[in-house]
Each structure stands twice: as structure tokens, then as C-alpha cells.
Design a protein around this ligand. Structure first.
Ligand SMILES: [Zn+2]
Length: 350
């Protein structure tokens, strides 16, 4: 749940502050200056009035758009918060730029078991035949850090999964193309990485715009989705489930966001919670993750020493599917089965 990404712009109102300050000064001492400020105040008020009118117009237009279920073709630059608060802006407010033709990529298997569509997955339940684990990297693509991760994965011949933020993908399309060219999987992590409650129309845009850009940029149609911060009750995961995405959570994470956390702690966090079928949450984007990059070689070495093989999210879910089918085939006829109540506890998905 410590999946923090700050895409918020700063706030500053220097003009208003200056006006307030000027009134506080001994104004009789400088009459011309006072008149000047009064003129400036009138201009400011006029500009504010015009901006207000534009704001109301945008609100009305958005209302119409939500009613008509318009989702995927709008830019995000005029987002209106249904709760009336101020929206955060994407790192880039530019409309989708014309991208170069997607690099010719051999599509990695993004096919996921149909019965998991619309479900929430935390891990894969696997037989004990083989130890496998899925590393996932969130909030990229991100300059330098995504390349650092790719380099380490390549060196160790590991395939992983990257849950990308649409706004970051728009800014760094070549990084996403490299992720796919290297054989990794891409998942959807919304456009803006918002935590707040979203209307269905806004959730649709957050998810579908990102899916569309992933396809346009890399040629990959992804069906795996991870909600920002792991929030399952703010509307975004509901939309994803309703539209047959596999909502991919995690079972293993490092305390990447703890202040002053050490590299050995990050390594230990992941290793102590590792098990066959685990999905590991790490970050390559959304801020400084240099400690994760430093910890990654030791995480990989530690898992290798414990006998793990590394697969993508789709692959680990396919393995679960095969194991379950195999288990079904091996089961004796129903009449001879001693039916036991399954133990309570964390299911592998719900
Ligand atoms: Zn995230």
C-alpha cells in the first residue's frame, strides 16, 4: 500500500500575496502606487471572471461527455474532478503526440487464463514441482531507472512485468518499446496514478487511454491491470474488473517508501516473503528508486540461490491454470472424494 507517486503540481499565488502585502503598507505615502495597484486588481478580477466562465464551460462539457460514456479519445488536459477539488496534472499536459511507428516487436504472450478475467489476483497457486516467482516494476517508464532495471534483468536472463503509467509512457515511449523488445510484459497502471475516488467515466479514461497508448507505442494489448496504491475501492478496480482485466495485486513487497531504508533491508524484505507463485512489487518509476536498483542484483542472486526461476505475471497465471487442470485430471471420481472444507485464509484470488 506504500505505492506513493507524486504527480501533483505545486501551488503559488504570488500576485494575490503581493496585493495583500501592498494594502498592508502605509498607502497614503504613495498615492500613484496605490492607483497602480487598484488598476492591477481590476485587471486581475477581470481575468479571474473570464477564467471562471471557462471553468464552468469545461464542467458542463465534461458532464455531457460522462453521460455519453465518452472514454478513450479525449486528452487529459481538461480533467474535471467530480468532487469539485483541483485535479493533479499529468507530467505532460500535451495531447498525445504522434508517435513513430511501433518498433517491430515479437509479441510476448499476454494471453491470460479466461477464468481469471475480471478477478483480483495476489499470487499464483502452484504445485511444488518448480519454484517460480514474478518480479513486477511499477510507475515507469522512468529515465535512467527503467534502463538500469532492464540491464540487470538482461544480465540475469530474467523476464519481468512492468506496470506503466500512461502519462509517463507518453513522455518516454522509447523506454516502453525497449521493455517489450527485451521480452518483458507490460501491464496497465492508469494514466495519472490517482488514488481518489473516480467516476466510472473517469476510471474508463484512466484505464482505456493507457491501454490504447500501450498498444500504439508497443503493439501489445495488455489485459493485466494494477490499481495505483493497490486501492481496490475507489472505482478504478471496479471498472477494470467489469471490463475483464485481471486486477493484479502482489504478495511480496519491499519497504521502498520507508524513510532511510537500507539496501540490505530491501533485499531481506523480498527474500523473507518469497514463495513459489509469489508476485513481487518493486518500482522503477514515480520517483527516486536508486536503492531498489542497488538492491536488485542481491534480490535476484538471493532468489536464484533459493532455486527460483523468474517469469512474467501472465506466465505465472498460465502455470497456475495448467496445474489446476492437471489436478482436475488426476482427481478420482467425485463419489470417492472425501470432501473437506477448504482452510480459511488468504485465497490466491478473489
Ligand atoms: Zn504505482
Amino acid at each position: 500500500m506504500s505505492d506513493k507517486t507524486d504527480f501533483s503540481p505545486g501551488n503559488s499565488y504570488p500576485l494575490i500575496v503581493n496585493i495583500v502585502r501592498s494594502v498592508g503598507e502605509p498607502w497614503v505615502a504613495n498615492r500613484e502606487r496605490l492607483i497602480g495597484w487598484m488598476k492591477l486588481s481590476i485587471i486581475t478580477l477581470s481575468v479571474a471572471a473570464v477564467a471562471g466562465t471557462v471553468g464552468v464551460t469545461i464542467l458542463r462539457l465534461t458532464s455531457v461527455a460522462e453521460n455519453s460514456q465518452l472514454a478513450s479519445q479525449q486528452t487529459h488536459s481538461q480533467e474535471v474532478n467530480p468532487e469539485g477539488g483541483e485535479e493533479t496534472a499529468a507530467p505532460t499536459a500535451q495531447p498525445t503526440q504522434e508517435l513513430q511507428q511501433p518498433a517491430p516487436v515479437e509479441l510476448t504472450s499476454s494471453s491470460v487464463p479466461a477464468q481469471l478475467e475480471g478477478k483480483i489476483v495476489y499470487q499464483a497457486k502452484l504445485s511444488d514441482k518448480e519454484k517460480v516467482i514474478a518480479l513486477t516494476f511499477d510507475d515507469g517508464p522512468w529515465p535512467k531507472q527503467t534502463l538500469n532495471v532492464l540491464e540487470l534483468l538482461k544480465k540475469n536472463n530474467i523476464k519481468a512485468t512492468f506496470f506503466m503509467v500512461g502519462a509517463a509512457l507518453q513522455e518516454y515511449p522509447q523506454l516502453a518499446q525497449k521493455v517489450v523488445a527485451d521480452g518483458h510484459e507490460i501491464g496497465n497502471h492508469t494514466w495519472h496514478h490517482w488514488y481518489r475516488h473516480l467516476t466510472e467515466a473517469t476510471a474508463a479514461r484512466e484505464i482505456e487511454d493507457t491501454t490504447a497508448l500501450i498498444y500504439k507505442t508497443t503493439g501489445v494489448r495488455t489485459s493485466i491491470f494494477r490499481p495505483p496504491g493497490g486501492f481496490l475501492h475507489n472505482g478504478v478496480a471496479d471498472y477494470a474488473k467489469k471490463h475483464n482485466y485481471i486486477v493484479t495485486m502482489w504478495s511480496d513487497e519491499a519497504s521502498e517508501f520507508r524513510r532511510g531504508v537500507s539496501v540490505p533491508t530491501l533485499v531481506n524484505d523480498v527474500l523473507k516473503n518469497a514463495f513459489s507463485g509469489a508476485i513481487v512489487l518493486l518500482h522503477d518509476g514515480g520517483g527516486d528508486h536508486s536503492k531498489t536498483i542497488l538492491a536488485l542484483p542481491q534480490i535476484i542472486d538471493g532468489l536464484k540461490q533459493r532455486g527460483y526461476r523468474f517469469v512474467t505475471v501472465s506466465q505465472i497465471l498460465e502455470m497456475q491454470d495448467k496445474d489446476q487442470k492437471l489436478a482436475m485430471e488426476e482427481k478420482p471420481p467425485l463419489s470417492k472424494v472425501n470432501i473437506k472444507k477448504s482452510p480459511k485464509g488468504k485465497g490466491n484470488y478473489k
